[in-house]
Design a protein around this ligand. Structure first.
Ligand code: IPE
Ligand code: IPE
Ligand code: MG
Length: 255
């Protein structure tokens, strides 16, 4: 194809992009392969997207790799997925280090088998010095799990007399989430053709721009990723204000 290269404005690159990487199973089925082959192929796309995100200067990339609900899939698929994560981490960690990427994990990782847990901890430690893109891998993650955990922690502090009810604010909740210290996603991408958020970052995406791609995750290219970013850059984010307020030359209410 001789389509024009996608133009990205370096002044308004989203600082945080979250991705629901969906469609591995359907991609595999369409090729006459087992679902697991789709997950294997999906690892290549993770590589591609990490590289593309680093190149345009994204600071945080949060990838939904395995949800709380995904534990209910057939045990063979769960085992294959968890094992694949270990294999991918071992294989990719040296390149992550070379590319200055820092790996972080969000989710109920205590539920992971020891093999996966240990391998994650090794990759996190190996990439801890990365000062470029931070990749947050959401594993055994769901937003409702995270919010219940946050509620418990806030209640524990209140019961212990460390926090009064009046002191509980949005920033208290923020600070109790797995994403504490990370800015909310500017852009949420879901591949695979479905338009839903499937229990991902429900609090954090309050004002994210949503982008749904019909492309199955293993077939999603760097160009598809850049198309999503370019689409984001054409939008006006108003945060409840009027268009006039948002476009007011300096002095506007959001400064
Ligand atoms: C996304 O692909 C990967 C995970 C949820 C782990 P799926 O496995 O959900 O693929 P589809 O949606 O069935 O095609
Ligand atoms: C969402 O995909 C979770 C991940 C991509 C890890 P699912 O395939 O589990 O989502 P639903 O079940 O179609 O909503
Ligand atoms: Mg799916």
């Amino acid at each position: 194809m001789n389509s024009k290269p996608i133009q990205i404005d370096s002044a308004s690159v989203p600082a945080h992009i979250a991705i629901i990487m969906d469609g591995n199973g359907r991609w595999a089925k369409a090729q006459g392969l087992e679902r697991t082959a789709g997950h294997v192929a999906g690892v290549e796309t993770v590589r591609t997207v990490i590289t593309a995100a680093s190149e345009i200067g994204v600071k945080y990339l949060t990838l939904y790799a395995f949800s709380t609900e995904n534990w209910n899939r057939p045990p063979e698929e769960v085992a294959a997925l968890l094992h694949l994560i270990v294999v991918a981490l071992e294989k990719e960690t040296p390149d992550l280090v070379k590319n200055n990427v820092r790996l972080n994990v969000i989710g109920d990782v205590g539920r992971m088998p020891a093999e996966s847990y240990d391998s994650l901890q090794r990759s996190i430690a190996a990439t801890a010095g990365g000062t470029g893109l931070q990749v947050n891998l959401a594993l055994s993650y769901s937003s409702r799990w995270e919010l219940v955990e946050a509620a418990r922690r806030i209640a524990a502090r209140a019961v212990a007399g460390e926090l009064t009810l009046e002191e509980i604010s949005e920033s208290t909740v923020d600070s109790m989430l797995t994403t504490a210290g990370i800015p909310d996603p500017d852009l949420l991408i879901r591949t695979g053709g479905d338009s839903r958020v499937s229990n991902f970052l429900l609090w954090q995406i309050a004002y994210s721009e949503l982008y749904f791609s019909p492309v199955y995750w293993p077939a999603f290219t760097a160009e598809d990723f850049l198309k999503a970013v370019a689409d984001y850059q054409r939008r006006e984010r108003r945060f409840g204000l009027t268009s006039e307020q948002v476009s007011a030359p300096d002095g506007g209410p959001i400064g």
